[in-house]
Design a protein around this ligand. Structure first.
Ligand code: OAD
Length: 262
């Protein structure tokens, strides 16, 4: 592990990682690929449900036209995700939150695997498959343990129609989520972009904001993306293999804790 760490992680990045106090991580579907979650692009299985492409079945229009069908599709996805576990990439990122004075995790994923790995205060740009939102009273409920087998479930508060609390094609991001992430992007020193094809905006603009504000931007992905040229470093490979390598590196906060101890 040590030899691989030396070759993949440059001296410059080792230093940046060691000294950074404010770190931002943006993740996409690729961070969950090694847990068994299909990606949307970049070699993953493009989801098709009953002949409908993902962009149709997971669309705002479909919620209006056929909410029970949307629920059938999301129940299927919830069933697939329920048994999946976080992988070493999620676990490494969860450890980082206690390694830096300021750490922010922003994800485009709706699978909840970062939280399962122990990450706190995750900014979920595209919502969560484990939450519902009421179309009538807007109440949100965590429903991880519940199974909805009979079409669209009713709101626990007002009896209205519940929908999955995820961002569908043709919809806006949840209020404030991107704005909070953009503020951090503008002040972070180190920005990791992990497992995203970086083609869906506004999420993909976060590393651009970080770079423009002077952050050191590092991409972790087996493939190049439209963002690669903008990055200071591209670590080519699987997140679950690359991110745990940082575990062996020291960082300022750990050193400070050690100094206080001595
Ligand atoms: P994509 O499927 O577009 O991209 C996944 C990326 O992960 C690709 O660049 C792959 O090369 C990379 N990848 C695959 N395996 C990996 C691994 N083991 N380690 C690291 N990287 C790996 O997924 P996203 O970029 O997340 O939005 O897609 C963005 C959004 O597009 C999604 O959130 C979704 C979709 O439309 C909504 O549903 C609103």
């Amino acid at each position: 592990m040590q030899a691989a760490t030396m070759s993949i992680i440059s001296d410059k990045l080792r230093t940046r990682f060691a000294l950074a106090t404010n770190v931002l991580v943006l993740t996409g579907a690729g961070v969950s690929a090694e847990s068994g979650v299909p990606t949307f692009r970049g070699g993953g299985n493009t989801a098709v449900w009953k002949g409908m492409p993902f962009s149709v079945i997971s669309s705002a229009g479909m919620v209006e036209r056929d909410l029970p069908e949307v629920w059938e599709w999301f129940n299927y996805r919830r069933g697939v995700l329920a048994s999946l576990k976080p992988n070493p990439a999620h676990e490494a990122i969860a450890r980082w939150q206690d390694s830096f004075d300021d750490f922010t995790l922003v994800t485009q994923n709706i699978d909840g695997l970062h939280q399962s790995a122990g990450s706190r205060d995750v900014i979920e740009l595209h919502g969560s498959i484990w939450r519902t939102r009421c179309l009538d009273c807007d109440a949100r409920h965590n429903v991880r343990e519940l199974k909805f087998d009979n079409g669209a479930p009713a709101c626990f508060d007002c009896g209205g129609h519940l929908r999955p609390d995820v961002v569908l094609f043709g919809e806006m991001l949840p209020t404030g989520a991107f704005e909070r992430a953009a503020v951090v992007a503008g002040i972070c020193e180190l920005c990791f972009v992990v497992g995203t094809s970086a083609v869906v905006y506004p999420a993909a603009s976060l590393p651009e904001i970080a770079r423009a504000a002077g952050a050191y931007v590092v991409e972790v992905n087996p493939e190049l993306t439209p963002l690669s040229d903008l990055c200071d470093e591209v670590l080519t490979g699987k997140a679950g293999e690359i991110l745990p390598m940082f575990q062996t590196l020291g960082h300022k906060k750990a050193q400070k804790a050690q100094d206080n101890f001595e």
